[in-house]
Design a protein around this ligand. Structure first.
Ligand code: ZN
Length: 330
């Protein structure tokens, strides 16, 4: 239990109310529910809520970048994030693809600035929680991407709902939720030695480029970590984590052990191309939670068999709880 890493506003107001015994008791009473609630953050994850977000995205149909269906999905996601009290903005841009120029839109949601940060003018590090929300453009089949990428997007929403609650907001780091557009390649990921892939990872590459331009020192040094999720809803869940930041890997294995979920997470020596790559190239600590073994011999990946019936709410919960546990420890 690391509830001391979190705070709520109520104890602060109690502190200002004086030095009498009454004030002390008020402070203690205020602190009690805070400690209890903060300690159970990961237990608050609602698997059915996350699953309903997956279902809703699938109902929009295939959602390739630039499509009307992805725009409808985006409106839904933004409405949800705003309903949690988060500040949400769109990051639009145009990029060349094998299908011609496409207008992509990343979604970025942040917590309102914390009370402590405002008062003491702290500059906390930022932890990014990320997923992509587009589906691969595959002509002639109905590819709805229940697992790739509605599952991780649904889990991100549920994590955001909980982190947005005042009693759960971390005091030491700023949390930013990012939904990348254009993760999927039109054909295959094209690697370029200097700039990373030129087909696919459009949203994450653009995000990194913009963040570097915005930073005073042209680096991403303010980003403490990025936790990326992708394909995490498989009913036969086995997260194979490609080599990531050693500290984050330890945090992942420690958190899952505490929750009794350690058996779902494995180290994989196989590198994987995903939205963490542009951050790795800038030396940002990253971890990619992905189950890249979907169906017999990965047969359901990028096929019309990637449907809602393959998704287990309990798998969403395993990943959601573990990410929340990691955040509790930052
Ligand atoms: Zn994919």
């Amino acid at each position: 239990m690391r509830g001391d890493r979190f705070y709520c506003l109520r104890p602060c107001f109690c502190l200002y109310s004086g030095t009498s015994i009454f004030s002390f008791l008020s402070f203690a009473i205020c602190l009690l529910p805070f400690t209890l609630s903060a300690s159970t953050l990961s237990q608050q994850f609602d698997a059915q809520r996350a699953f309903s977000h997956v279902q809703k995205q699938v109902e929009f149909g295939p959602r390739p970048s630039g499509s009307t269906q992805l725009q409808q999905t985006r409106e839904y996601l933004i409405t949800q994030l705003r309903s949690y009290g988060l500040d949400v903005h769109e990051q639009p841009f145009e990029d060349q693809t094998a299908r011609g120029p496409i207008r992509f839109v990343n979604i970025i949601a942040t917590l309102p600035r914390s009370f402590f940060s405002s008062v003491f003018n702290q500059k906390p590090h930022t932890i990014l929680i990320a997923s992509h929300y587009d589906t691969k453009w595959i002509p002639n089949i109905r590819f709805v991407g229940a697992n790739d990428s509605a599952s991780s997007t649904g889990v991100l929403l549920e994590i955001a709902r909980l982190i947005a609650k005042p009693q759960f907001q971390p005091s030491h780091s700023h949390i930013e939720f990012v939904l990348f557009d254009g993760e999927e390649a039109t054909h295959n990921y094209q690697l370029s030695e200097n700039n990373g892939p030129q087909d696919g990872l459009h949203g994450s590459r653009y995000y990194v480029k913009q963040a570097k331009q915005k930073a005073k020192d042209n680096t991403l040094s303010e980003i403490q970590a990025i936790i990326l999720m992708d394909m995490i809803g498989d009913r036969d869940l086995s997260i194979q984590v490609p080599s990531g930041d050693s500290n984050l890997m330890k945090r992942l294995f420690d958190a899952s052990t505490v929750l009794g979920l350690r058996d779902f997470f494995h180290y994989s020596p196989q590198p994987i191309i995903d939205d963490h790559v542009p951050f790795v190239l800038e030396r940002v600590p990253t971890i990619d939670l992905i189950d890249f073994d979907y169906g017999p011999h990965n047969r359901w990946w990028h096929t019309e068999e990637d449907t809602l019936d393959k998704i287990n709410p309990q798998s969403l919960k395993v990943v959601g709880q573990t990410v929340l546990k990691i955040l509790e420890e930052f």
